[in-house]
Structures are given as structure tokens and as C-alpha cells.
Design a protein around this ligand. Sequence first.
Ligand SMILES: Cc1cc2nc3c(=O)[nH]c(=O)nc-3n(C[C@H](O)[C@H](O)[C@H](O)COP(=O)(O)OP(=O)(O)OC[C@H]3O[C@@H](n4cnc5c(N)ncnc54)[C@H](O)[C@@H]3O)c2cc1C
Length: 397
Amino acid sequence: MKIIKTQVGIIGAGPAGLTLAHWLKQQGISSVIIELRSREYVEGRVRAGLLEQNTVDIINQLGLGGRMQKEGIVHDGVYLSFDQERVHVPFAELTGGRQITIYGQQEVVKDLTDDWLEAGEQLYFEAGAHKITDFDTDSPKIHFTDEGEEGIIECDFVAACDGFHGIGRKTMPQDSYRSYDITYPFGWLGILAHVAPSTDELIYAYHENGFALHSLRSEKVSRLYLQVNDGDHIDNWSDDRIWEELSLRLGTEGWSLESGPIFDKSITPMRSHMIDNLRAGRLFLAGDAAHIVPPTGGKGLNLAVADVKHLVDGFVGYYKNNSTEFLENYTELALRRIWRAQDFSNFMTTLLHKQDEHGSFTYKLQKAKFNYLKMSKAYKTTIAENYVGLPFESYEF
Ligand SMILES: Cc1cc2nc3c(=O)[nH]c(=O)nc-3n(C[C@H](O)[C@H](O)[C@H](O)COP(=O)(O)OP(=O)(O)OC[C@H]3O[C@@H](n4cnc5c(N)ncnc54)[C@H](O)[C@@H]3O)c2cc1C
């Protein structure tokens, strides 16, 4: 039996777990991470790619932003398109210079993992946690299996950063939270293609055939998405059909989409999910373990990193200032931002996806919102400040 002792035991080496570990280390607090999957799997997992200003600032202040600064692509605005008419939302201009950076989640994960391991810190891959015990005492334990050998992490606190399918949320007493869910009747077909982006900034589009998004990963790799019906299968979508549909849905007069070889394609369901309690005794949840947002607002990864900020405040208060105030307030502080992100993600999803027949009452409401966007600086500002992410101080009320 392997016994590991540390101050904070972290389950999951995704953005939440890795950011937490680095930030605690910077504050002189020890932690150990265990991760269910292999390093190759985690570093190859294609997911988010949009970093809010807050996330970029946190990665930089941890001294981990070197490659992101070189390879990340900074955007000052975004295009929203409806029925092939396009509006620009200049968020830097509307938010006092706040920006987003396009840099793949797997690159963030690689940077944080490399640095952690090079510094000789402990991270066990293919080591799945199967039980969390004693979290209602001062000595919680994480039970895990590593290469067939049983192990226990004995710690002061457990941070379950283990994503939607992890054991953290399942361990929370069921009567300690309320759960909220929306399953949307559509999903996103996402592709990665070896082709230069046909746009300088992201384009989100409503079209009578459904939603489309032109995003990117680098100057040579584009990331694009199409709304597809729930239950649709990737085999129904040849590369030619994908490009044809993207071209149609994203199209506007005088603009055309460049196509190129597709090297990754998959369909992801869309859901909103959350629970309204992130703590049970000495067990704390962060990131997708506690909440899922539809990707339309680009909030998933950023929300995970924001939870970590509040958790670090809590642990620093406990270890350095002998105070449990921030740990006790963790759920409340994190929930303010989580609900804001849930609302914005739902807003972007319902504004830009085909939800009902083209021309229906729902469609007319969507179009009315878009027309308002065209005429109102205030409405554009609302979208801009949510899109780039509100500063942490905004939630101190
Ligand atoms: C297919 C897909 C596409 C996405 N696209 C976008 C997007 O375009 N934009 C956006 O903003 N967000 C997107 N997201 C959401 C974003 O990727 C997540 O919000 C983000 O990964 C959350 O980080 P996390 O660290 O909380 O969780 P995760 O990244 O899920 O990390 C959790 C980690 O815990 C590990 N784990 C699970 N169980 C155990 C266990 N028992 N023991 C040990 N380890 C365990 C997992 O293997 C995983 O590595 C997408 C998500 C998915 C699934």
C-alpha cells in the first residue's frame, strides 16, 4: 500500500487541478495530483481554446505563460452573424481594453504538466481515485489505484477537480445540494482542419439550417463547428458536406470560407448542468466536477480556473492567516460567477442556435435581439463584458 502525505490532495490533472497545484505551490502549500488517464490521453484531448483575460492573467502570474504569449492569438472583438448579416462586437473598446486569447486547452495542460514534472512535483497518471473518505474529519483520504497497487493520499483537504464524470460530485451527500440541468436537443459537430483561418476574429452565426462557428487554433489550423441534431452521427458527415454547410451558414456577401484537410472531427452533446454546493466538510469541488456550460460562450475552462482562484484564497486564508472565512464562503463566491456564466452561455446558445422552425415566434425573438444588437452600444457592451469575463472584483458585493 502506497501512502502519500500532503496538504491538499488533488484529483484530476485538467485545467482546474493543474492550476490549483501550481498556485498552491507558489503560496508554499504542498499538493499531490492523481489523474485517471495517461499523460498522452490528457495532453491530446481536444477541447476548449478560448482564454478569458482573467485566465491569461492567472497563467502569466504563475510564470507559466511563456509559450502562450508566443503562440496564443489575441483578439479584440468577435463577429455575430444572423441570416448572413454580420455585426462586429469590439470588446476591447467596450471593456477598457480587455481581450481574449486563442490557445488550445491541451496546450495549457501541456505547459502546466511539463513545468510541474520538471520541478520534481508529484503527479501520478493512470492513477484513478475510487473513494474519498473521512472528509467530515480533519484527516480526509483519497483512495486510488496506481499500476494495480492501492494507494491512499492522506491530506488536510481534498480538491476534486475530476470533471463531470469524476467521483468528487458523486461523493457529496445528496441532500447537501440541489442539481440543475438542461439538455439541449442539438449538439456540436467540431472539426480541426489544416487551413489558415478565413477570418481575423471568431464568427458566430445563426442560419436557417442551424448554428455555425468559425474559430481557430493557430495561423495554420482552423477550428469550426456546426449545430447538428441530437443523435446525429459523424458518419453522416463527409468532409465535403461539412465544408458545404459551413460555407453556407457562415457566409455573407463578399466573404468566402477557405477549406482544407480535416484531421479531427467529433460530435459533442450540449448541456447545462450544475449543483449549488461545492463543499462537504473538507471536500471541495472545482471546475467541470461542479458545473457544465454549453460551449457557446467559451466559458468551461475559464470557469474552472475562476473556481480555483476562490479555492486558493480559501487555502491561503487557512494556512497563512489562520482563517477559515474564505473556505466557508467558497461556494457562495464561486456560485456568483458560475450563475453569470450559466446565464451568458444559455443566452448565446439560445440567441444563435436554431431552436424552432425558421420564422417561428422563437426565431422572431432571436432576430429582434440581433436587430437590437445592431443599434445598441449598451447591448454590445453587455455581450462584450460577459464574453471577455468580468474582473474578479466585480463579484465582490
Ligand atoms: C468535447 C468537449 C469540448 C469542449 N469544448 C469547449 C470549448 O470549445 N470551449 C470551452 O470553453 N469549453 C469547452 N469544453 C469544456 C472545457 O473543456 C472544460 O470546462 C474544462 O476541461 C474543465 O476543466 P476541469 O479541469 O474542470 O475538468 P477536466 O478537463 O474534465 O479535467 C478533469 C480530469 O479529471 C480526471 N479524472 C476523472 N475522474 C478521475 C478519477 N476518478 N481519478 C483521477 N482523475 C480523474 C479526468 O481524466 C480529467 O483529466 C469542452 C468539453 C468537452 C468534453
